[in-house]
Ligand binder design. Sequence first.
Ligand code: NAP
Length: 251
Amino acid sequence: MNPFDLSGRFAIVTGANTGIGRAIAVGLAEAGADIVGVGRSAMTETEADVRRAGRAFVSIAADLSGPGIAGKVVADALAAGATPDILVNNAGIIRRADALDFSEEDWDAVLDTNLKSVFFLCQAFAKAALAAGRRAKIVNVASLLSFQGGIRVPSYTAAKSGLAGLTRLMANEWAARGINVNAIAPGYVETNNTAALRADAERSADILKRIPAGRWARPDDMAGAAVFLAAPASDYVHGTILPVDGGWLAR
Ligand code: NAP
C-alpha cells in the first residue's frame, strides 16, 4: 500500500480558488482525492486542474466570515455525495496597520474568518466523521505568526497563534477517536496575501535575506505537506504545526 495514496477519499478545501488553497486542492487530487472546494469566488481554474488529474470536483459557494455557516458547508458537502474524510481549513485574510491604529473592524474581520469559522468548520466536520464512523484528517493552515509576533498584523497574529492552540486542543480531544488534527505553517508565499509585503522593496529584501532556502515559497511548495497530513502516512501524527518555511524558523 502507498501510504500517501488518497484514492477513495474526499477533501473539503476552503479558499480553493487561488493561492495556497488552489495548490493544496490540486496536490490532494493528484494524490487521488476528490475535491470539494469551498469559497466565495468562482473556482474555475482549480476545477480544471482537479479534473485534469482525473478527480471529481464539487464547488460550494460560501462566505465563511458570517455566523452559522460551518454546519451548512459540511451538510452541503455531504449532500453533494462527499464523505467526511479530509478537511483543509485554508481560507484566510490579513489586515495590516500599526497596533496603535488598529481598528476593531479589522480585528473582528480577521478573527471571524481565520479563527472562529475554522473552529466551527472543524466541529461540524468532526461530528460528521464520528457519525459516519470514518477515520478523518483535519489540516489547518497556520502561519509563522503561530510562532512569532510579526509586525503590523495584530489580529492575524492573534488568530494564527490561536489556531495553533486550537489545533492542539482538538488533537487532544479527537486523536483517540480516529481524527488527526494538525496544521501547516507556511513561510512567505507568493500569493495575494503577501502582495503588499512584496510591493515594499525594503521589507521584501529583509525577508528574503533571512530565508535559508534563498527564495520565497510558491503555493505548490505547500502541497506535499498537506498530502502527508491528509494521508495514512501521518496516522500517528497529532497536534503538530509543521513549518513549510524554507528554513525561516531555524534561523
Ligand atoms: P490568498 O491568495 O489571498 O487566498 C486566501 C483564500 O481565502 C482565497 O481563496 C479567499 O477567497 C479565501 N477567503 C478569504 N476570506 C474568505 C471568506 N470570508 N469566505 C470564503 N473564502 C474566503 O492568500 P493565501 O496566501 O493563499 O492564503 C491562504 C492561507 O494561507 C490563509 O489562511 C493565509 O493566512 C495562510 N498563509 C499565507 C501565507 C503567505 O505567505 N501567503 C503565509 C502563511 C499563512 P477570495 O479569493 O474570494 O478572497
